[in-house]
Design a binder for this molecule. Structure first.
Ligand code: ARG
Length: 568
């Protein structure tokens, strides 16, 4: 039994009509530790005892008496405050952590349930730019967190590899691809394809017939015309090669790359089903689902030329996923700009009669911009994500050369720290918040940054390397009654809760904040208390604490997608 449960048990034994769940609900964590580790407010009992909450709290303390697990139980105003017995508490936490190792913090809440996390999902033949960092990293962290919570997880990259824009690209290619341009595409595909696309969009203004030609080529693609298909497949292949370089740098792997094109042959069945369920209305030759009575704009499902749309493919994708994976949750990590799209889409699935529509979750986020200017993509002025990562590595190399020129594996560490810094920065705030990407903030070794956490982790590694004794959980737990030590223990206790909260709210930043808080707490302890001391008893206990912090920091970083270098 945990200490919180013990508090609840004490209350249920005095207030017998209180259930264990009610009692647990009642318990608060005081804002500062002078007020104890747990507090129970007594307002709830005022009516029953016809007395003031403060007087009741006083009475409660007398009734409770002494309890082994707590060094002090006292009232303060309307609260009963519980101060845990520090060495008992430390023993419980550290023994459990020692036993569970990297699983300390994991749960089995997801056992037997499949969760799909769809993330990243860039459009092929378009730049993989800094804006994509958000879905890519938030999604990957959510995927890791769900896996850690015991779910069977499926990572899907729903590539934007279909749609009328490919009609434009094919048409542009057929018009303008000279041997030089083809060679340029082979060398540096995305910028060159983007150039074609941008030119096409521009020339449409003076050549309205290009619109029709683009439509024609998309239609050909849908019909399986060989030439159209071959070009499209080539665009897709060269794009994926580019994207994969970034995924490799982040260490991200997908279980499925079923993107929009994957659903092209599943479209007729969806149109039929919508038709059968009387959900489609004709609108000037096109087909729509009317949604105005639900406070949404109508959704265009099929154009008058018979081609389908983004939302149609998403409806097909959701149904396919339900049939294939029988998901418990189907999570879409996509920017807030697409809220209307997902609201319409969910309503359509609901109207089709599928109650799992509400197991589909749109996890949205705000925008990222770079210091000194937002990200323009329409005009072709973009910042590639790969360039940002390379710059982070470069800058980190400079810092390492300055601070620690003799470091072994310098290149590898620079990569781990540079990329880790970017990941940490991305996952530092509530995801809905817009943020400005700042180099100084990202790469600083001080303050709440990735390098700071990694540095702290490397410090624990160095201490553990220096230890000349076996580290185990057979230690004198009375060592942990000092404030600095106990604060670290208290923080360690919160790991599981932090990950669970991040899981409940789809908010990786809760893990980020947790690990940086733990690093800070550990550093306070490190600066106040010698760890490798002559007193074997103290050394052994402090090393166990160091080992636990080492494991939790590493695991926490892993959940975010960061690597943890052992030397920095
Ligand atoms: N490819 C889209 C874009 O770049 C994002 C796809 C989001 N996922 C989805 N199932 N609609 O905007």
């Amino acid at each position: 039994m945990g200490f919180k449960e013990k508090v609840a048990e004490i209350f249920t034994s005095i207030e017998t009509e209180l259930s264990m769940d009610d009692a647990l609900q009642l318990i608060e964590i005081p804002p500062n530790t002078d007020m104890g580790d747990y507090a129970v407010p007594c307002f709830k009992f005022a009516k029953k005892y016809r007395s003031s909450p403060a007087a009741i709290a006083n009475e409660m303390v007398k009734k409770i008496g002494a309890v082994d697990e707590f060094e002090k139980i006292e009232s303060a105003g309307p609260y009963v405050n519980f101060f845990v017995n520090k060495s008992q508490f430390a023993k419980k936490i550290l023994q459990q952590a020692f036993e569970e190792k990297e699983n300390y913090g994991s749960t089995n809440v997801g056992e037997g349930k499949t969760v799909i996390v769809e993330f990243s999902s860039p459009n092929i033949a378009k730049p993989f730019h800094i804006g994509h960092i958000r879905s890519t990293l938030i999604g990957n962290a959510i995927y890791n967190i769900y896996k850690y919570m015991g779910y069977n997880t499926v990572a899907i990259n729903h590539l934007g590899d279909y749609g009328t824009q490919f009609g434009m690209l094919i048409s542009a290619y057929k018009k303008w691809a000279t041997p030089e341009i083809i060679e340029a595409i082979e060398k540096d595909p995305i910028p060159e394809l983007l150039k074609l696309y941008v030119r096409y969009n521009k020339e449409i203004e003076t050549h309205p017939e290009y619109q029709e030609e683009a439509r024609y080529w998309f239609k050909q693609l849908e019909k399986g015309n060989e030439e159209a298909h071959e070009l499209w497949a080539w665009f897709r292949e060269v794009s994926l090669k580019e994207f994969n370089r970034v995924y490799d740098m982040f260490g991200i792997k997908f279980d499925s790359l079923a993107g929009e094109s994957f659903y092209s042959d599943k479209m007729p069945a969806i149109i039929d089903e919508l038709e059968d369920k009387c959900l489609l209305k004709d609108s000037e030759g096109a087909k729509i689902v009317e949604l105005s009575e639900y406070g949404l704009t109508d959704a265009l499902i099929q154009k008058s030329d018979g081609s389908t749309l983004y939302v149609t493919r998403d409806v097909a994708a959701a149904k396919y996923r339900k049939d294939t994976y029988d998901f418990y949750k189907n999570i879409y990590v996509v920017g807030a700009q697409q809220k209307l799209h997902f609201d319409q889409w969910r309503k359509i699935i609901d109207l089709m009669g599928y109650d799992w529509a509400y197991d589909c979750v749109h996890v949205m986020f705000g925008t990222v911009s770079l210091e000194g200017g937002a990200i323009a993509t329409r005009k072709g002025r973009v910042v590639f994500l790969e360039d940002v990562l390379n710059k982070a590595i470069e800058k980190t190399t400079e810092i390492i050369n300055e601070r620690n020129p003799n470091l072994e594996d310098r290149e590898k560490v620079a990569r781990q720290v540079g990329i880790g810094a970017v990941i940490f920065q991305e996952l530092f705030n509530n995801r809905i918040k817009d943020y400005v990407f700042s180099w100084d903030k990202t790469l600083s070794f001080e303050g709440e940054t990735g390098p700071y956490v990694q540095y702290t982790y490397a410090r624990t590694c160095s201490l553990l390397r220096k230890a000349d004794i076996e580290i185990n959980d057979d230690v004198d737990y009375s060592v942990f009654t000092g404030n600095e030590e106990f604060n670290v223990v208290r923080k360690l206790q919160g790991f599981k809760e932090a990950v669970l909260n991040a899981h409940d709210k789809y908010e990786p930043f809760m893990v980020t904040r947790y690990i940086v808080g733990l690093a800070q707490e550990f550093n306070r302890f490190y600066h106040e208390c010698p760890i490798i001391t002559d007193d074997e008893r103290v050394k052994k206990a402090r090393l166990l604490l160091t080992l636990t912090v080492n494991t939790v920091l590493k695991e926490g970083m892993k959940l975010l997608g960061m690597e943890a270098p052992e030397k920095m």
